[in-house]
Design a protein around this ligand. Sequence first.
Ligand code: AP5
Ligand code: MG
Length: 191
Amino acid sequence: MKYYILFGPPGAGKGTHGAALVEKYNLKHISTGDLLRGEIAAGTELGKQAKALIDAGALVPDAVVEGMIESAFDKFTGVEGFLLDGFPRTEGQARDLDAILAKRGEEVTAVLSIMISDELIYKRIQHRAAIEGRADDANDEIIANRIRTYHNQTEPLIAYYKAAGKYHEVDGGSPVTEENRARVLAMMESL
Ligand code: AP5
Ligand code: MG
């Protein structure tokens, strides 16, 4: 099985471009953000605990998302692999993912990183707020916290995966979505 990580700051286009990748390469798209929003919508206990953290632009505990990832690995078969979107997001999650995969005799295949500037994060998310109605897109304070959380807790993973020789990056900042998608697909082709 292939285990790809789709990496990037909030609003980089992980969800947007991930959709094209999973179709072309027969992968299962696992977005921890989408799974958590599903739990909130279903009114589960996990969803209730996660909601306050998500609405503040903070991360939910590592153990929560790791549990969701492991059950997804168990549940989905008949695919060539997985495209992890929004996971891992802390060094702890990255190390735990390595351990989870090692137990299965597997490893991370590659990290595909989509980069955009902080300025563009605001523009993209403010635009999406009106379309998707996500609570964590709703005000600039929350967006600012998500950007801070990304720089403090998630950005160090770039060095982690560079050291492992698995890190690949493209610029996702073109105003034309198709241009960004072509770059992401070309990065995947080059692996
Ligand atoms: P999550 O849902 O993962 O949110 P995120 O990382 O902030 O990323 P987004 O979904 O906002 O952005 P995206 O990169 O998918 O961009 P998109 O394709 O939509 O996580 C939400 C929360 O859940 C976290 O804050 C945390 O609390 C919790 N959580 C999730 N995973 C966790 C974990 N592992 N550990 C702990 N907590 C976790 O694109 C953005 C928009 O831009 C779209 O509307 C798109 O149409 C638009 N757009 C406009 N122009 C372009 C263009 N030229 N190219 C691409 N897109 C464009
Ligand atoms: Mg997303």
